[in-house]
Every structure is written in C-alpha cells, then in structure tokens.
Design a protein around this ligand. Structure first.
Ligand SMILES: *Cc1c(COP(=O)(O)O)cnc(C)c1O
Length: 369
C-alpha cells in the first residue's frame, strides 16, 4: 500500500467494537429510517454547536443545497463565495438555480478575502457563503457587518471545519445556518455518506425537514412544495453519535500531527499553514505550498508516497462553470495558489512512523531540487 494523505483502517481497528455495536444497535432497533439514532444525533450535534436545530441529510452537498432552498434562495439570486473550495460548494448553489459570485482568497490562509466582498454585492445578492476551508474559519465579523448593512443571509460551509473555533465560537454557530459533510475523510466522518444543516431559525428548520422528506410535513401528509429525499441514514447517524463524543480528541490528534510537521519542516522552503488570529485550526487537510509542487509530487512517487492537491482546479476555471464568465486571471491569488499547493498526510490515527517516513522523503526531495 502506498502512503496516502488519508486512511481510516487504523481508526477502524481502534474503534471496531463501538462501530459494530452502532450497526447492531440500529439493525436490532426495529426502525431503519429516520429512527432514534438520527433524532438523537441531531439533538447532540445541535447541542455541540449551541444551536437549537439540526437536520441530518444524506451528504454535505445536499446540506448546502437544502439550506439555500430553506432560506428561500433560488433563481435570480446571487450567492457570494470562493472559487478555492471543493466543487460541491458551487454545485449546490447552481442546483438551486442561484448564481455563484466569486471573490479571491487571502494569500496566507487561502480563505475568502473578506475585504473583497462588499464590492461584489449587487441588488441581487441574497447570501454570503464563507467556506471554512482546510479546517479554520473565515473572518466572520466583517461578513456579519456586511450582512446587517445589506440585509443578507450567511450560510457557513463547515464541511472541513468540524470543531474549529473562531474567537471562542464554534464553526457553524455564527451564520444564519451552517452546512456540514460527514464524508469519511472529514474531521467528523461517517462510514459512508452523511451531512447536516444546523440553524437557530425554526422556520429554516421546518423547511429543511420538509425538503429532505419529499416536501412532506410528516409521513403521508400532503406535499405543498415538492422536495427531495435526502435523509441521513440511521446507521451512519448512530456511528456519528459515537464519533461525535470523540471529536475533540480527533482534533487534538490532528493538531499533534500538525505540530510535528512544523517541528520537522520549518527550516525548509515549504510554506507551512498559517493560522489566522482568533482561530483554532482543526487541520482537515494540511496544505503546504512550494513553487515546484509538481516536481516534488513526482519525486515522492519514488518513495511510494502519493499526495493530493486540494484543489488543483479552481472552480471558476472548470468547464461546467464557464457560463459564469470568469476567465484565467479573474481571481489571480486563487489561480496562483492552485498551482503551488499540496497536502501532506493528515488524519488523527496517522502512525508516527508513517509521518516520519513522509518527513524524511520530503526533506530528501527538497534537498535534491
Ligand atoms: C466535502 C465538502 C463538501 C461536500 O460534501 P459531500 O458530503 O461530499 O457532498 C462541500 N463543501 C466542502 C468545502 C467540502 O469539503
């Protein structure tokens, strides 16, 4: 097996009995869909964030899509976000018929450059969609000021920031609503797909529940506005309940991996991650930067190390979004960063010897450049 940026098998070995017990709990409960595990997970996940509502859905993309719909955003509306993100952020905006509007990112954190947001606001802007990318939060106070001034909603994309803190507040507790993914690699990951949207707004909560259940208020009730079927699976919810209790430990272990990278690589030419003031980074991905990225990745193949790039193609340069009218050069920081970044192995159960192997290989490759 090559060394990869992510692997779950060590964790599965450690948590095997709890995971199997979660599966057994659901299978023997007598209720396989929207049962006690989903409702308990929703209550516990809302509680973790200090908000009143959580709606479990089938994945993070639908968590964003349903959140936008539940906030009344659709055709003709503009949503301001970034192009340096996972494509699903933008796919979800497109799916509700709204238009994504991109601002560039900060060259140090690679997060939304909040100073560019006001200039991007038009009479059609309805929502700001900051992405707490790589595991740390966008600067929220300026966004909140703009939202108040221009009467905008805020949807936080928290798919990479479970448990991250921003001036003491937890990611997802700062916007009108927040969307999470529980894709297995995420900081809180299921054993399959999952997602959730949280909010303090009871009407958004009610809309979310209808949208994930065909558009029905309750079982076999009349459909007023046709929705979708986007339910969180009962087994995944029970696994997530168990893993939520360990979330802060996962984060601590990720931070320890990051600390070791800093210790071992600070004297190299690699640009290591910067944590913005007021942030606690949860290191969903450990993103480093070097102008000769492609040469480094190729040389690491000889050591049987396969690293990832998050993300090699900014969304505005993808053919599926060509109709938005952005061209090469529209978002210069995003475009230059995408050519130089790559990710080092990062997961809570990363074995120490694997990390040391990567560090040694990387140091040799850098020295030979
Ligand atoms: C993973 C991710 C998503 C999508 O989540 P899925 O569960 O894969 O649909 C959305 N936004 C960001 C920033 C992500 O990292």
């Amino acid at each position: 097996m090559p060394t990869l940026v992510w692997d779950y098998l060590h964790e599965y070995r450690d948590e095997h009995d709890d995971i199997i017990d979660a599966v057994e709990t659901v299978f023997s409960s007598g209720r396989l869909v929207l049962g006690r595990s989903v409702s308990s997970f929703e209550a516990e996940f809302a509680d973790y964030h200090g908000v009143s509502h959580c709606v479990g859905v089938d994945n993070g993309t639908n968590a964003i899509r349903l959140a936008l719909q539940a906030m009344g955003i659709g055709k003709g509306d503009e949503v301001i976000t970034v192009s340096n993100t996972a494509a699903p952020t933008v796919v979800a905006i497109d799916a509700v018929g709204a238009t994504p509007v991109f601002v560039d990112v900060d060259p140090d954190t690679y997060l939304m450059d909040v100073e560019q947001v006001e200039a991007a606001i038009t009479p059609r802007t309805r929502c700001l969609l900051p992405v707490h990318l790589y595991g740390q939060c966008v600067d929220m106070a300026p966004l909140q000021r703009l939202a108040d001034k221009h009467d905008l909603l805020i949807l936080e994309d928290c798919a990479q920031a479970h448990g991250a803190r921003h001036h003491g507040r937890v990611a997802g507790s700062m916007g009108t609503a927040a969307a999470f993914s529980f894709y297995p690699t995420k900081v809180l990951g299921a054993y399959g797909d999952g997602g959730a949207t949280i909010t303090d707004d009871p009407s958004i909560d009610a809309n979310l529940r209808r949208h994930r259940y065909y558009g029905m208020e309750k079982r076999y009730y009349v459909v007023e506005t046709p929705g979708h079927n986007c339910r969180l699976d009962e087994v995944q919810a029970e696994i997530l309940r168990r893993k939520l209790r360990r979330l802060d430990t996962y984060v601590k272990n990720r931070q320890a991996v990051a600390d070791r990278y800093v210790e071992a690589l600070s004297d190299t030419e690699l640009v290591l991650p910067t944590t913005a003031e007021g942030n606690t980074h949860v290191y969903y991905v450990y993103v480093v930067r070097h102008p000769r990225r492609d040469d480094i990745l190729e040389a690491l193949q000889a050591y049987d190390i396969q690293l990832n790039i998050s993300y090699p193609w900014p969304v505005h340069t993808m053919t599926g979004f060509a109709h938005l009218g952005y061209t090469e050069g529209s978002l210069p920081v995003t475009e230059s960063v995408a050519k130089e970044i790559f990710s080092l192995p990062m997961y809570p159960s990363l074995p120490r010897e694997t990390q040391e192997k990567v560090i040694d290989a990387l140091r040799s490759v850098l020295a030979a450049l």
